[in-house]
Design a protein around this ligand. Sequence first.
Ligand code: PMP
Length: 362
Amino acid sequence: MKSWKDNVRAVIPYVPGEQPEGNIIKLNTNENPYPPAPAVSSVLKDFDAGRLKKYPKPLCDGLVKALSDWFSVAPENIFTGTGSDDVLAMSFLTFFNSKEKEPVLFPDVTYSFYDVWAKLFDIPYAAVPLKDDLSIDENDYIGRSNGGIVIANPNAPTALSMPLSVIEKIVKNNPGSVVIIDEAYVDFGGETALPLIEKYDNLLITRTFSKSMSLAGSRIGVAIGSKELIRFLWDVRNSFNSYTMDSITQEIGIAALSDRAYFEENIKRIISTRENFSKELTALGFSFPKSSSNFVFARHQELDSTVLFEDLKKEGIYVRHFNGDRVKDHLRITIGLESEMERLVDFLKAYIKEGRGRKNGL
Ligand code: PMP
């Protein structure tokens, strides 16, 4: 007999980083350690609750205008969503519909939501191996038939970035498919592909307010692309759920964009902390690709990363550990406050000195 279970879309979901409460050092989900711009607090303080009886603006007009000023593009070049996860999911749904079932290409080590969306939407995909040094070989994305390409630049969790010229080579050589460049971390040292938007109508850039804007809790994501691409995205959005971003969040986004000086100051502080922390990590025997992001992806020849991960947690220091074969030796450590990174370094110094967490036989 037929069971309703035969009709279920059963999926293996993405596993987000833990969100523990309390007095801990939280370096596991690449959040910004600094609060959002002061203007955001004013929005929250002054917001008239009476406005909530009405639906929010479905096309986020005010926020889109503020974003168009921020990025120096037309409002028609901008799409918004509730976090870049939402924007990326909509983009997979909109652009990756290869009639010949050609695979969407992305690196084997990258943001682990990409393959989840591909499976959810039944999109064929191929995970393209990174080089041994965890960098991307752009030639793997050229001359290979595909139904689309997604590249995080800087990549996550490796933190490595590619120059604009390399991104352009990929976009230019794939006029038959949409190339998504996920720039969630670009503000921390990557090179943006924004200058290419005018030139290539198959390029879509995604951005988030969760990292450099200190607004992970608000869920604001953005896509920037040719007017034609963006129109297709809004059409799919409005065939799915029109009122996704609430009115308070739209105001919060506008407020955050009103203070570029505050934004730049925060980025500067995080980069400076990252550079100090990187030196300390190297001195302790860790190795990691050079970070262009707000995290480092580090491993230690003699330490068992799983044991260290658990020991750090017992100490109230949360970092991220992934299980994949190529990454399980590493820990992804978000750059927090200077004082938090100092605490972590002090812990690691004592840990290594006491001979804890060593790999079997070392
Ligand atoms: N892209 C990458 C590469 C990420 O690491 C993240 C954060 N997990 C996202 C997109 C999604 O971020 P958000 O939904 O918070 O905008």
